[in-house]
Write a protein that binds this ligand. Structure first.
Ligand SMILES: Cc1cc2nc3c(=O)[nH]c(=O)nc-3n(C[C@H](O)[C@H](O)[C@H](O)COP(=O)(O)O)c2cc1C
Length: 168
């Protein structure tokens, strides 16, 4: 079973999450290709796909959104899992983002693809990497600064993927 773990990242937080997911899948004996989404190629080369993106102003990064649009048909034909990396701060990510779970503009596509699950993980913000506009936005929003990625939550989700694929 060959699984693609593809991601879009601006500052590396989502890459780290994708790497951890890939590690858990490999430990379970799956063949895994880990790739930035614009280098991932078609989903038709894989038996299953895990696709994730960092969230900016409520939207996925453009390369991840484009991949979902371009390959919706192929993704619908194979087990697909989607995840977003976003909120900083402790507590449930959906509660932290006032009920937000997945980009509004991609919801119809996601319904078409029928992913096995759609996860929303805590993200990470490294202020020194941000441009001035981004720093000002985060200051105005009073967003907590730091690495809030919840590795136990991420690994648990990845283990559920391995369990589902073992049944497939
Ligand atoms: C300017 C800016 C806007 C952001 N907007 C959102 C948002 O709307 N929703 C959210 O959950 N997280 C938001 N975040 C947090 C990022 O999604 C989070 O830091 C994520 O882990 C970044 O992933 P990346 O480093 O892979 O790009 C924002 C961060 C920045 C810097």
């Amino acid at each position: 079973m060959h699984v693609l773990v593809a991601y879009a990242t601006k500052y590396g937080a989502t890459r780290g999450i994708a790497e951890r997911i890939a590690e858990v899948l490999r430990q379970a004996g799956l063949q895994v290709t880990l790739a930035e989404v614009d280098r991932a190629g078609s989903p038709t080369a894989y038996d299953a796909v895990v696709l994730g993106s960092g969230v900016y102003a409520g939207r996925w990064l453009a390369p991840a959104a484009a991949y979902l649009k371009t390959h919706a048909g192929a993704l619908a034909e194979r087990p697909t899992w989607l995840f977003s990396s976003g909120p900083t701060g402790s507590g449930d990510p959906v509660a932290l983002m006032q009920g937000w779970r997945f980009p509004q503009d991609l919801q119809a596509l996601a319904e078409q693809i029928r992913p096995r699950d759609v996860a929303f993980f805590h993200g990470a913000i490294w202020p020194e990497k941000l441009n001035l506009a981004e720093r000002l936005i985060l200051k105005a929003l009073k967003a907590p600064i730091g690495d809030f990625r919840d590795w136990a939550m991420i690994e648990g989700w990845a283990r559920r993927i391995t369990a589902a694929l073992a049944e497939a």
